[in-house]
Each structure stands twice: as structure tokens, then as C-alpha cells.
Design a protein around this ligand. Structure first.
Ligand code: TXA
Ligand code: MG
Length: 546
């Protein structure tokens, strides 16, 4: 099919194009056109064959009804019966605009348009081109969003062209849809309105007209409703808004969600994120800024465009920051969760600092700084030694690798020490055996700190990177000190000769190892004021990230 393109910015200026588009619609064709919410894929709502063409062009499931668009309130009486007073009150407040009302339909609307339902969704759009087009047709226009079924709705001409070129008779280019999300869909039930699909007109907006407590929210808006359950709005049960890559919706306070995404995206190739403007610069992946976190309308406007921008084969995972579900946030969160097929995680609140560094560098002093600002400190080395006492899984793993270190049921720690300290390969084997298990236990401690409402947890973890625990951290901090300082500290602390302390220092990992891996470094050569100044800087970095 050859798709005609009409550019109509102002209906008054583009009368000829408008008349041609209207004539296509009147003669049974289908035309994509702009509305203030999203682009619609229109056909004569009273013509069963036109409705069938719409379903075909979109690849839409047959049981998902179309919304009927009108240009004047008088059409409502013709199309529907038993229209409740609440509908008139809402029409007078929000029509023309992004509100669709489900009402008992008259015979004139064919079953093909409403998928056999005895109700129809009626909406009077406010977009000047949509209004002029409907008026010029002289018939109501049935129109779903102008996207291929399952894909994000279209909010610009370019999007429509990509999905619909060759599948429809014409596309009207009318610029970008201002709202960016589809209309709020409501039904009425003995004096109450019920939101089946949230949108720009919010629960609060509806209650401002009908009265406090008069607007309900259908199940399926906030959480997944099983396909088999009877869903009041058929569109709610289909996979929707989905780009090629899986989407994960990350809920929680904006800063917490941004950190959650940062941790997950670190080191992952082919991932991308949709986040609020404030956090866009700080993520280690392709990022689309979706408006400031306090500007939900901006987010609504940009969301589908962002999902479409990331709908590419090279993007293999998408993380999206989910707003709080109040006001327009309910609609944005609903679209995001559905794009994510309800794969939703709650962002962790506790801020985790991973502290690494060689022995004798003064990590404990740094831990004290964090304790003084309310952090809990987890001694991962201590945790390992505790596990050696009582962790069945750890002991079984060590027994598998080093049976000779056991006498009977008990681990002989001195024997294990003798085996690994003289043989680099054996030490590496021990690390491979125990470090993942220590990491898993440490992660449980992070979960516990989260559940306990801790605000900050510091992992004092000499093997932070070797165990992979760095991936669980919001900040990795290396503590370094000069060789001579460390030798003196170790000798004093462990009662060793200087020579032996020197051997220990030289046998360990050098500064370069930590400099290459830690996000931040502090040096602790015993000058308190110098360390404090560095810790002030670290605190500042942490404050920005929360
Ligand atoms: O903003 C919008 O509403 C856009 C523009 C083009 O107006 N249209 C739109 O249509 O989003 P569509 O077909 O993509 O979504 C219509 C939604 C679907 O979830 C459908 O199941 C529901 O409205 N719906 C339509 N008629 C209904 C009815 N009689 N009863 C229950 N739900 C209905
Ligand atoms: Mg749709």
C-alpha cells in the first residue's frame, strides 16, 4: 500500500490536505493523525470494514476494543445511552482533552469497533488537527494508538512512519504529541468512577469534580493481573510498550533508584537507562534523560520516545527509573511497569561503601570516620573467620579442595595456613573456593542492614575486588599509606620484627592494584588533619549520590 503523507500544522492553513484526509476516512480508508496524547490510527467508527482494517494494520488482538473519538458533545447522545451525570460533569471539566469514558453504546457503533462489547470508550481530543479532522469527516473516528501492537505508542510523525508506512492509507504529520501518554480511561459504577488506564487526567483531577473518594483504581493498574482473570479493560492484559530488550523498572526515591541502576549497569555491556535529568550524567551506560524528578509531566512527555530510541538490537537491557505513583506518576509508572512486563525492583536505600587497601594502610581509622557519621561497619575478614567456625557450606567447600587440612570432622586452620602460604597456586585455589561464599554472606549482611533501616554500611573488605563484592557497593574506596608507615604499623600492631613486617608488606598487593580499581583513594600516613580533609571530600561525594 502506498501511504500518503500530509503535513498539517494548522488546520486553517492546510484546508486542502485536511479535506483529502477526511475524504479517505469517509470512504473507508485508515489515516494516522496526531492527538494531544499520542498519534491515533483512525477509521470511520461506524464502518465495520474500517475497524477491521485498523486491527489488521496494527496486528491488534481481536478482543481489544477501539476508542471512538468525537468533536462535539452532541455526538455523545447519538452514540451512547444511559450516560450518567458524572460523565457529563467530567466532560464539561476535561473535554476536549485526554479522558476516555466507557459508556453503554447504541446500535450505531458496530461490534467490530468495540470488539463485541456493549460499551464504547468515547473521547473528545483537544488537538486542533484531530478536532478539525473529525469535524471534517462528519463521522466519529475509531482510533487506537498508531503503533504496531505491543510496541510503545507513537508520539511523533517519525515514530508513526516507522511503524505504519505501507500499512495505512495516509499519515498526517502534525508534530509532537504534547502529553505523550495515552488518555485516562475510566468506567462508571453506581456514582463512582474507576480508572482502567491511568493518564494525564489524574485520580485527583477526577475527584476534584466527583468528590473525594469517588474515583477508584482498577486492579491491574499498579500490579500484574493474570491473563486468565477477567480484566475490565481488555488492553490491560496484553504485553505492551515493549522494546526489544527486557526492561527493569526500578522504584524508590530518585537518588536510590539512580544508585541501584548504577550498580546494576556497571560493567554490563549493551545496557541503557532511562533516568531523571539529575542522574543522567552519572551512569556508566547509554542514558536518556527524562525530565527532572519533580517534573512528572516532562517524564510523561518523553517516556515513549525514550523507549523507542532504545528499541534497537544493540541494546540488550534497559533500566528505567520509576516515579512515585501519585498524580501523573501513576500513569508513568503504569506504562513503565508494563513495558517491563512487571519486572519491578525496589531500589536499595542503604549506601554501601567498600573499603579496600593493603594491610597496615589504616583502614580502621577510616572506618572510625564513617562510624562517626552513623555508618555501620562490617568486618569482612572477621566474618570469614566466623564462617570458618560454623558455616557448613564453607567448610564443605574447603574440605573438597583441601581434604588434607582436616583432622576428622574439624578443620585444622594451622594446617590450612601451612598449605597455602608456601604455595601461590594453592592460595589462589583457597581464594577461589572461599571468597564467593564470603561475598554471598556479606550480601546477606547488606540485606539485613537495609531491613534494619541503616543509612550507610561500610564493608571493611581486604579482598573486596577478588570476591566480587565491589559490585554490591555504591562507592569503592581504597586506603593507602607509604610503605615505611605500613611496615612500622604492622610491626607495632602484630609484634613483628621490622624485617618480617617488611616481608609481609612486600608480599602483598601494591598500591597500583587499588589505584586501578577503586573509585576513590585516600592516603593515611598518620596526619589526622590531612586524613580529615580527604574524608570531607569523600563525604561530599557520598552526599551527592544520595
Ligand atoms: O489517548 C488515547 O486514548 C489514544 C489516542 C489515539 O486517542 N488512543 C489509545 O487507544 O490509546 P488504544 O486502543 O491504544 O487504547 C484503548 C484502551 C485499551 O486499553 C482498550 O482495551 C480500552 O481503551 N478500551 C476501549 N474501549 C473499551 C471498552 N468499551 N471497555 C473497556 N475498555 C476499553
Ligand atoms: Mg495502544
Amino acid at each position: 500500500m502506498n501511504t500518503k503523507i500530509f503535513k498539517i500544522e494548522d488546520p486553517a492553513q492546510n484546508g486542502r490536505e485536511l479535506a483529502e484526509a477526511a475524504s479517505i476516512l469517509r470512504s473507508g480508508g485508515i489515516v494516522a493523525f496526531p492527538t494531544e496524547t499520542v498519534y491515533g490510527l483512525g477509521g470511520n467508527a461506524l464502518d465495520p470494514a474500517a475497524a477491521a482494517k485498523i486491527f489488521r494494520a496494527k496486528g491488534r488482538p481481536q478482543d481489544n476494543p477501539l476508542i471512538v473519538h468525537i468533536a462535539a458533545l452532541s455526538e455523545l447522545e447519538v452514540l451512547c445511552h444511559d450516560v450518567p451525570d458524572e460523565a457529563y460533569a467530567l466532560a464539561s471539566a476535561y473535554w476536549p482533552g485526554p479522558l476516555t469514558m466507557i459508556l453503554p453504546k447504541n446500535e450505531c457503533i458496530p461490534d467490530e469497533t468495540t470488539a463485541g462489547l456493549d460499551t464504547a470508550g468515547i473521547r473528545m481530543p483537544s488537538h486542533p488537527v484531530a478536532r478539525a479532522l473529525i469535524a471534517a469527516c462528519g463521522v466519529p473516528i475509531a482510533a487506537p494508538s498508531a503503533n504496531l501492537s505491543g510496541k510503545p505508542s507513537t508520539t511523533s510523525f517519525a515514530h508513526v512512519l516507522r511503524d505504519m508506512d505501507g500499512r495505512v492509507d495516509a499519515i498526517i504529520d502534525g508534530g509532537t504529541s504534547e502529553v505523550g501518554l495515552e488518555s485516562t480511561v475510566i468506567e462508571f459504577d453506581s456514582g463512582f468512577a474507576r480508572i482502567l488506564r491511568p493518564g494525564y487526567i489524574t485520580k485527583e483531577d477526577i475527584e476534584a469534580v466527583l468528590g473525594e473518594g469517588k474515583c477508584l483504581i482498577a486492579p491491574g493498574v499498579r500490579e500484574h493481573v493474570a491473563d486468565s482473570e477477567r480484566v475490565r479493560s481488555p488492553g490491560m492484559k496484553y504485553r505492551h510498550y515493549a522494546p526489544q530488550a527486557p526492561v527493569l523498572a526500578v522504584c524508590g526515591k530518585p537518588a536510590d533508584a539512580a544508585r541501584e541502576i548504577r550498580r546494576r549497569a556497571r560493567g554490563q555491556t549493551g545496557c541503557a537507562a532511562i533516568v531523571c535529568d539529575e542522574y543522567a550524567h552519572s551512569l556508566p551506560c547509554e542514558t536518556i534523560a527524562c525530565g527532572r524528578s519533580d517534573d512528572l509531566r516532562a517524564m510523561a512527555h518523553k517516556l515513549f520516545d525514550a523507549l523507542r530510541t532504545l528499541d534497537r538490537p544493540d541494546v540488550r537491557q534497559i533500566y528505567a527509573q520509576c516515579p512515585e505513583e501519585t498524580g501523573v506518576g501513576l500513569a508513568v509508572a503504569n506504562r513503565l511497569k508494563r513495558a517491563a512486563a512487571f519486572r519491578v525492583v525496589q531500589a536499595r536505600r542503604v549506601y554501601v561503601v567498600g573499603l579496600a587497601g593493603p594491610t597496615g594502610a589504616g583502614k580502621s581509622t577510616v572506618c572510625d570516620f564513617f562510624r562517626a557519621r552513623g555508618a555501620k561497619v562490617l568486618d569482612c575478614d572477621g566474618l570469614y573467620h566466623e564462617m570458618l567456625e560454623n558455616d557448613e557450606a564453607l567448610l564443605a567447600a574447603i574440605r573438597g579442595a583441601f581434604p588434607e587440612a582436616f583432622s576428622g570432622d574439624a578443620l585444622d586452620r594451622r594446617a590450612l595456613g601451612r598449605i597455602v602460604f608456601s604455595d601461590g597456586e594453592k592460595l589462589a585455589l583457597l581464594n577461589r573456593t572461599v571468597l564467593p561464599l564470603v561475598a554471598v554472606r556479606s550480601e546477606k549482611e547488606i540485606e539485613k542492614a537495609e531491613a534494619d533501616g541503616e543509612t550507610m554500611l561500610v564493608l571493611d573488605a581486604p579482598t573486596l575486588f577478588e570476591s566480587g563484592l565491589d559490585r554490591a557497593c555504591d562507592l569503592t574506596l581504597g586506603v593507602l599509606a607509604s610503605k615505611e608507615t605500613r611496615i612500622a604499623r604492622i610491626a607495632a600492631r602484630d609484634g613483628l620484627t621490622e624485617e618480617y613486617a617488611r616481608l609481609r608488606v612486600e608480599g602483598g598487593k601494591g598500591d597500583a592494584f587499588y589505584r586501578a580499581r577503586c573509585a576513590e583513594i585516600v592516603t593515611n600516613d598518620g596526619d589526622e588533619a590531612a586524613l580529615k580533609a580527604q574524608m570531607d571530600r569523600i563525604n561530599h561525594i557520598i552526599n551527592i549520590g544520595r
